[in-house]
Design a protein around this ligand. Sequence first.
Ligand SMILES: Nc1ncnc2c1ncn2[C@@H]1O[C@H](COP(=O)(O)OP(=O)(O)O)[C@@H](O)[C@H]1O
Ligand SMILES: [Mg+2]
Length: 239
Amino acid sequence: MENEVQVKTEHLVKRYPMGAESFPALQDINLQFMKGEFTGIVGPSGSGKTTLLNIIGTLDKPTEGEALLLGKTISKLTHKEGAKIRNEHLGFIFQTYNLLPVYTVFENVEFPLLLLSMEKKERDEAVWQALEWMQITEKAKVKPNQLSGGQAQRVAIARSIVKKPKIVIADEPTANLDAKNSHRILQLMVDLNKDLQTTFIFSTHDEKVIQYLRRIINLEDGRVASDELVELNGIATQE
Ligand SMILES: Nc1ncnc2c1ncn2[C@@H]1O[C@H](COP(=O)(O)OP(=O)(O)O)[C@@H](O)[C@H]1O
Ligand SMILES: [Mg+2]
């Protein structure tokens, strides 16, 4: 379905306790993300990007308002329901890759599939396919400490998409990469978005990657300052 709403926030507020007071990290966020979107959440450090992605990814809960993920109300999910929805439908990519150091590249990418009931043969095929997509098959047998930053992030992306999740959530995926690797990573993400219709929602304050975005949401002090769809022939304001 082209017009499927996958994520929706309604008057979403997140406050962190700060002594006797509380600090509003997100204030009245009203957003919708549709299937197949390629969206960047842009804003300076401290603007609330990670907080928003964590809530959308069911890793955190709103203080007020609501967030819906694939039709489920996030604040009402039990621990077990949250884990199920993450295992089945979400992929995560982190700034620091978060690969497991004692496992090989192959085993790192295989890991999310062990949480699903899948036969070994089917798992192997999915892992090789993901490594091929990320052009990193030759590193399958090595441990993460033998990878460059760009290679490690490609492995992390392979891990995030190996189960063909509906949504990939990435928190500043190019923050630790040089220009060449940042462009390569973004181009691979764009290709996956096109080929698999995977929804990508990621945060960045990396100028180099802005040109790849199809929608740009600007956060400022925990509020949406702007939300624009990027047309191939320029920028069109959404509403
Ligand atoms: N666990 C926490 N406890 C208290 N304050 C937090 C916590 N996490 C984030 N914050 C604050 O919330 C604001 C938004 O943080 P964050 O979502 O990490 O922003 P960004 O990812 O855009 O840098 C910041 O001012 C940060 O200091
Ligand atoms: Mg952050």
